[in-house]
Design a protein around this ligand. Structure first.
Ligand SMILES: *Cc1c(COP(=O)(O)O)cnc(C)c1O
Length: 852
């Protein structure tokens, strides 16, 4: 019979083991080898059964075994050591504490998903795992950050593959207590509950779970509370479950509820109010409207003043150029919420305008969460150099008249949390040879420290582990439909064979089945009698995406054909747990998206830190860091006239690379070791180790975005928001005058017909300012080389100075003298842009006037 309620009963721990509770409920165990080993050593079989989660382990292990362990001196002393380590980790000064100068006080980091560990399935793919890695590196670096998300009762789905190759989804319910989360309580010890007043007299309440990610608290809002109707309890049932209003309610809870949860958390714990709000993708965009509402009703600011204050402190990161990855809602649906009591004090029409696609090529009936994010975030970025560029073009219409390369969206390339993703065998090798387990910080090209033989043998062990895990998973999957597992599974994969890995979500642009383009050729590659290749694949398709499920089915069907069976395998239920075995167990990591749709991609970085070489389309991070020695670039068939041609050409290039480059390098041996291969492995680990980590990424966020955002926030907030009021008034004035701002004429002197480098160019511009004063604007000389279309390339800009007040003709004269430093075809133009110390970019208001 089925229980109607389930819960986890905690055991009673002897005093000597009491610290286990604390160790189990801080997720640091998930990226530190010693506490992980401590828990798994309590009962290795049970550890696997409980999904490698220590709180589950403590619940399941039984009093008898615990009593035994309490008498085991060695175990007790390990517990004590781990407890001391955790205490030291949580307390000490780290990178952030040693950072000089003004720093942010507290950063609230919002994300719809967080991938912290396989046993906490609150993520669907890269976006969530990046968020989890961001928290972990912030913890390691001592950055004062708090994560804000939702607690999905069933998380993302578990995947199995039927006999027909079709993806099946299941949604096991999670018990937050059983995962080591704690309810946020107020200073009186009562559980905190926040609530949102929705239209139609509904009230959406949520409790707040706190997960301790090292030093970082992660707040997860949960609508499963008796205060809610059945219907509203379902708001946090699943990650990316429903569409339309269900999704909107999730995002309102994340954004509006998230801000309220942070307030309650700060009140309960005495932490300072955040001065920076970072939204990881657009889903949490309503946080900005909630904060504007706070400023309007609390501090008496106007809409524009509140907007200026919120923008100053908001960092927005866009994560995808794929339209389907961006949330868009019908205008009328949003309008109903914006004009309800939920957003007190907010002018609904104006708030709506912040998210409407009210620009060339947009749909005015649509409220777009990325547009809202860009309007509310004065600091915005994409997630690789290439993606920054793609985003500037993609969102350029929001800043009409602004050149794409000046659109105010920068980039910070993603990274991965090395302690989570580097395999224990490699960490041990690093400890033996370099004295610590910080693998990416070391010089692996130093053959005197680590021999080829030693590194190869560690990599071989990791491959063996993947082979064993693949056999175990495929056998378990087969046993679901037949009483005995087929014999061929015992020979599935071979650690001596060149192993290529490919795993990711399955949206169309990632092209899961590109490798199947020419099945005969692939079969020949896989089954070469002398130098075979094997491919290990994984990936989940969104439950509503049948086209993705069809791709999985095609791949599964191919992998089951007798000719290739055992050399290519699809492993079901790709998640963090599988990923941790998969990346280190591959020689090569493959990625073949349609360029430039992969904003960054991170799986290849995780593989690289474990010594795998990348084989990838030049997209995302690979476009930036491929250097000819860390793997291979699949050429992009940009000139193809249609998709079929493009896929054919890129697949052919992929096969060519495997046959002519990968296979010979891998199988060319000297005393059993592929020397050239190993030198590429060493180069990869060393060079990408410097760049591809989340530590580097978080440091970049702190210095390039969080610190300026905090400074802007403080400046605007001081003296009862004096500068916010002043900035809003300034923007109002500039916007009103701008239509009449113009450059009446330009005089140039100093340059003879035959200009030479060093000649002085003197430019005078007569500018109509229409009531603005000279300090309100910057008049800029933009000069540089020109191309064949007279377009300026490689420009520099010089500010012209006003020569006095406006004359009787209403014109103000601006001048500058500029030596010619470039040679060749040269050109310049003059423009007027707003100028104010609290603007981050000269063109962020979208106001630019060029000389004509
Ligand atoms: C890293 C990771 C991803 C993201 O991989 P991409 O290369 O960015 O697509 C997805 N799922 C899991 C389980 C991961 O570990």
């Amino acid at each position: 019979m089925k229980a109607i309620r389930t819960f986890t009963v905690r055991p009673v721990l002897a005093d000597s083991l009491a610290a286990l509770d604390r160790l189990a409920s801080n997720w640091r165990w998930s990226w530190s080898r010693t506490p992980y080993d401590l828990f798994s050593s309590m009962d290795p079989e049970l550890w696997a059964e409980v999904g490698e989660n220590p709180v589950q382990m403590l619940g399941a292990i039984g009093q008898e075994r615990l009593d035994q362990l309490a008498d085991d001196e060695e175990f007790v002393s390990r517990v004590r050591e781990e407890d001391e380590r955790l205490t030291a980790y949580l307390a000490g000064d780290r990178w952030f504490q040693r950072l000089e100068g003004d720093k942010p006080v507290h950063i609230a980091y919002f994300s719809p998903e967080f991938g912290v560990d396989g046993s906490l399935p609150q993520y669907s793919g890269g976006l969530g795992i990046l968020a989890g890695d961001h928290l972990k590196s912030s913890s390691d670096l001592g950055v004062p950050l708090t994560g804000v998300g939702l607690f999905y009762r069933a998380g993302y789905f578990r995947q199995s593959i039927g006999d027909d190759g079709w993806q099946r989804e299941s949604y096991p319910l999670l018990d937050p207590y059983g995962l080591g989360l704690t309810l946020l309580r107020d200073t009186d010890g009562a559980p905190v509950q926040i609530a949102l007043d929705l239209p139609g007299d509904r009230r959406l309440a949520a409790r707040i779970w706190v997960a301790d990610i090292g030093r970082i608290p992660l707040l997860l809002l949960d609508a499963e509370t008796p205060s809610n109707s059945e219907e509203l309890r379902r708001v946090t049932d699943r990650l990316y479950g429903g569409g339309g209003e269900h999704r909107l309610l999730q995002e309102l809870l994340l954004g509006v509820g998230g801000v309220r949860a942070v307030r309650a958390f700060c009140a309960a714990t005495g932490r300072p109010t955040p001065d920076v709000y970072h939204t990881n993708e657009g889903h949490a965009g309503f946080q900005g409207l909630e904060r504007m509402s706070e400023y309007i009703t609390g501090a008496g600011l106007s809409f524009d003043e509140a907007l200026a204050q919120v923008r100053a402190s908001t960092v927005f990161t866009t994560h995808t150029p794929v339209p389907a990855g961006i949330d868009r809602f019908p205008r009328d649906l949003i309008s109903a919420y914006l004009s309800s009591a939920l957003f007190r004090g907010l002018d609904a029409e104006r708030a709506l305008a912040l998210g409407l696609e009210d620009y060339d090529g947009g749909d005015r009936g649509v409220f777009n969460m990325a547009v809202l994010g860009l309007h509310l975030g004065q600091h915005a970025n994409g997630v690789s150099l290439l993606h920054g560029d793609v985003s500037r073009h993609m969102f350029g219409a929001l800043w009409p008249g602004v050149d794409a390369d000046e659109v105010p969206i920068g980039s910070i390339t993603n990274g991965v949390h090395a302690p989570t993703w580097v395999h224990d065998r490699l960490k041990e090798l690093s400890e033996r040879r370099f004295g610590d387990s910080a693998v990416p910080t070391h010089d692996w090209t130093d053959t005197a420290r680590v021999s080829d033989e030693e590194l190869w043998s560690v990599r071989y062990d990791m491959k063996r582990e993947l082979v064993a895990e693949a056999r175990r998973r495929v056998a378990a999957s087969a046993l679901q439909s037949s009483p005995v597992a087929p014999a061929w599974i015992e020979d599935l994969l071979d650690p001596d064979v060149l192993t290529i890995g490919f795993a990711r979500r399955v949206p169309t642009y990632k092209r899961l089945t590109l490798m199947l383009r020419d099945p005969e050729r692939l079969t020949r590659i896989l089954t070469d009698p002398e130098r075979p290749v094997q491919i290990v694949i994984g990936g989940k398709s969104h439950p509503a995406d049948d086209s993705g499920k069809i791709l999985i089915q095609q791949l599964v069907a191919f992998s089951r054909t007798p000719a290739v069976r055992g050399r290519i395998v699809f492993l079901p239920d790709y998640d963090i747990t599988l990923a941790k075995t998969l990346y280190p167990g591959c020689d090569v990591w493959l990625n073949n998206p349609l360029r430039p749709l992969e904003a960054c991609g991170t799986s290849g970085m995780k593989a690289a830190l474990n010594g795998a070489l990348n084989l990838s389309i030049l997209d995302g991070w690979w476009d930036e860091w491929f250097d000819g020695r860390n793997g291979w670039a699949i050429p992009t068939a940009d000139t193809a006239t249609n998709e079929v041609e493009r896929d054919d050409a890129e697949a052919a290039a992929l096969y060519d690379l495997i046959e002519h480059r990968l296979v010979p390098t891998f199988y060319n041996r000297e005393n059993g070791i592929p020397r050239e291969w190993m030198s590429m492995v060493r180069h990869t680990m060393t060079e990408l180790g410097k760049r591809a980590t989340a530590d580097r990424m978080v440091r970049d966020y702190v210095t390039a975005l969080y610190t300026p955002a905090a400074a802007h926030d403080a400046a605007l907030r001081a003296d009862d928001h004096a500068k916010a009021r002043e900035l809003a008034a300034y923007i109002g004035r500039v916007r009103a005058s701008w239509p009449n701002v113009s450059i009446a004429h330009i005089d140039q002197t100093g340059i003879p017909q035959q200009a030479a480098a060093g000649d002085l160019l003197e430019v005078k511009a007569a500018v109509r300012l229409d009531g603005l004063c000279a300090d309100d604007v910057a008049v800029e000389l933009i000069a540089g080389n020109t191309d064949e279309n007279d377009e300026l390339v490689y420009t520099s800009s010089t500010r012209l100075r006003a020569r006095g007040p406006a004359g009787a003709d209403g014109l103000t004269e601006f001048t500058c003298v500029q030596p010619l430093t470039v040679t060749g075809s040269f050109g310049y133009t003059v423009r007027v842009v707003p100028s104010h110390p609290q603007l981050v970019s000269a063109v962020e208001l979208g106001l630019v006037t060029y000389a004509s």
